[in-house]
Design a protein around this ligand. Structure first.
Ligand code: PLP
Length: 417
C-alpha cells in the first residue's frame, strides 16, 4: 500500500477526531522518523513532548522486552517491585531542585498514583481536591489546557473544546493569568486551583513567579489544593525536572499540593502520575474512592524507572536547557524575516510569527522534512526529543528562512494559502 492508500484507509476505519493525518509513519531512530514513502523527518515536536529519549532508544527497547518476558499486568489488587521503584523514582525527581528541608518533607510525605494519561492524572487531582474540601469550585486560568475527559475538560479554557459538552459536573471559574485577577478571587468555596507553570497549548507562555505565589496564597486562604499540571512541562522538558522547581517568591519556596505528570514520563509508553506532595493531599482519597485497572502496571513502571535513571545519567534537563538556549539565540541572531520573537524554556519553545500564518509554515516545514506544530495562528511550537544535539536543531534555521520567504512571496502574489 502507498502512503495515500494508508491515509485513505485511515479515513474509512478510524474515527475522525484527529482530522486527516499528515502521513503514515513506519519507524524511527533517535530524533528521526520515516514514513511509508521512505521519506525522513527530523522530529522537532517529539510526539508532542512525549519522546524525550527519541525513537527506539536501545535501553527502552531492552526494558520493554525484559519486562514483557516476566509479565506486563497484574491488577492493582497487587503490587510489584517495578511499581514501588517507579514511585520512588518519581518522588526523587519531584523533590529535585529544592533545599534539603523541602526535599526531606517530600520524601516522607509525597505519594504517587500512576494512571494512563495526562487527563487522567488531572481527573485524579480534581477528585483529590474535592475529597479534601468537598463541594467547592475549581479555579483555572484563561488559556489553560488540562485535558479532554469531562473533569479535566471542565478546567480547559478553549471554547470549541469545552462548550459543546457543558454543563460540567463541577463549576470552574476561569481567571486571567495575572496576579491582580488571582488576588481578586473570592476564596469562599474554592476547592482546587489548577495551573500549568508554563502554559503549553496557550502558546508556550511561562508564568511569572509572582503569579505562582499568588495562586499558592489563594489556595492557603481557601484551604484548597494547589495543582501544578506539569504534564507537558515536566520530565526535564523545561530545563529542570519540573518547571516550577526552585522558584521562590520573597524568599519562600512555592510548592504545590499536587503535581500531575504524563507526556515525557514513559518515553512513549502511555503513563501518567498524580503526585500528592504533602500529607493532606496524600490522605484525601481513601481506599475505594478512586482506582484504575491498568494504572502503574509493571511494564510502564519499569519503563518509568529506566527513563528517569537514563535521563539522570545523561543529565538531560541540563542538556535541554543548554541546547534550547543556544538554539533560540541562533534563531534570534539569524534575524529571520517574519519571526517576531522566541519564548519558552529548555526544549519547550515557541516561535512567535509576525503574521497569522503558523499553520501554513508548519505545513511547509513538514514538506521540507521537519515536524513542528502550530498551537495558535501565529505560534510555532518546538518540543523535540531531549537527546537532540544543537547541530541537528540548527538545521531548522535555513528551512525556516526558505519557508517564510516562499510564503511571503505567495502572499504577495495574492495566492490562497
Ligand atoms: C497534553 C496535556 C494534557 C492531557 O494529556 P493527555 O495524555 O492527552 O490526556 C493535560 N495537561 C497538559 C498541560 C497537557 O499538555
Amino acid at each position: 500500500m502507498t502512503n495515500s492508500d494508508w491515509k485513505a484507509s485511515y479515513q474509512d476505519n478510524l474515527l475522525g477526531v484527529f482530522g486527516q493525518p499528515q502521513t503514515c509513519f513506519t519507524h524511527g531512530q533517535g530524533t528521526r522518523v520515516w514514513d511509508t514513502d521512505g521519506k525522513e523527518y527530523l522530529d522537532l515536536l517529539g510526539g508532542i513532548a512525549v519522546n524525550a529519549l527519541g525513537y527506539a532508544h536501545p535501553e527502552i527497547v531492552k526494558t520493554i522486552s525484559e519486562q514483557a518476558s516476566r509479565f506486563t499486568h497484574v491488577s492493582n489488587f497487587f503490587t510489584t517491585p517495578q511499581q514501588v521503584e517507579a514511585a520512588q523514582a518519581v518522588k526523587r525527581i519531584c523533590a529535585n531542585g529544592w533545599g534539603s528541608e523541602v526535599q526531606a518533607e517530600i520524601a516522607s510525605q509525597a505519594r504517587v498514583l500512576f494512571v494512563n494519561s495526562g487527563t487522567e492524572a488531572n481527573e485524579a487531582a480534581l477528585k483529590m481536591a474535592l475529597a479534601a474540601k468537598p463541594g467547592g469550585r475549581a479555579i483555572a486560568l484563561k488559556g489553560a489546557f488540562h485535558g479532554r475527559t469531562l473533569g479535566s475538560l471542565s478546567l480547559t479554557y478553549k471554547a470549541p473544546y469545552r462548550e459543546p459538552f457543558a454543563p460540567f459536573v463541577g463549576p470552574t471559574e476561569f481567571v486571567a493569568a495575572t496576579v491582580a485577577e488571582i488576588e481578586a478571587v473570592d476564596p469562599e468555596g474554592v476547592s482546587a486551583i489548577f495551573l500549568e507553570p508554563l502554559q503549553g497549548e496557550a502558546g508556550v507562555i511561562p508564568l511569572a513567579p509572582e503569579l505562582l505565589a499568588a495562586a499558592r496564597e489563594l489556595a492557603d486562604r481557601a484551604g484548597a489544593l494547589l495543582v501544578f499540571d506539569e504534564v507537558q512541562t515536566g520530565m526535564g522538558r523545561c530545563g529542570k525536572w519540573l518547571a516550577h522547581q526552585g522558584i521562590c517568591h520573597d524568599g519562600k519556596e512555592i510548592i504545590p499540593d499536587v503535581v500531575t505528570l504524563a507526556k515525557g514520563l514513559g518515553a512513549g509508553v502511555p503513563v501518567g502520575a498524580c503526585v500528592a506532595m504533602n500529607e493532606r493531599a496524600a490522605s484525601a482519597l481513601k481506599p475505594g474512592s478512586h482506582g484504575t485497572t491498568f494504572g502503574g502496571n509493571p511494564l510502564v513502571s519499569l519503563v518509568v524507572t529506566r527513563t528517569i535513571n537514563l535521563m539522570e545519567e545523561l543529565d538531560l534537563p541540563a542538556h535541554a536547557s543548554a541546547v534550547g538556549d543556544a538554539w533560540m539565540q541562533a534563531i534570534t541572531d539569524a534575524q529571520i524575516p517574519g519571526i517576531k520573537e522566541t519564548r519558552g524554556q529548555g526544549l519547550l519553545r515557541a516561535l512567535v510569527l509576525e503574521k497569522n500564518i503558523a499553520p501554513q509554515v508548519a505545513k511547509a516545514l513538514f514538506k521540507a522534512g521537519f515536524i513542528v506544530n502550530a498551537p495558535a495562528a501565529n505560534i510555532i511550537r518546538l518540543a523535540p526529543p531531549l537527546i537532540i544535539e544543537l547541530s541537528e536543531a540548527l538545521t531548522l534555521i535555513p528551512a525556516l528562512k526558505n519557508t517564510l520567504k516562499q510564503i511571503e512571496k505567495d502572499l504577495g502574489k495574492g495566492e490562497q494559502l
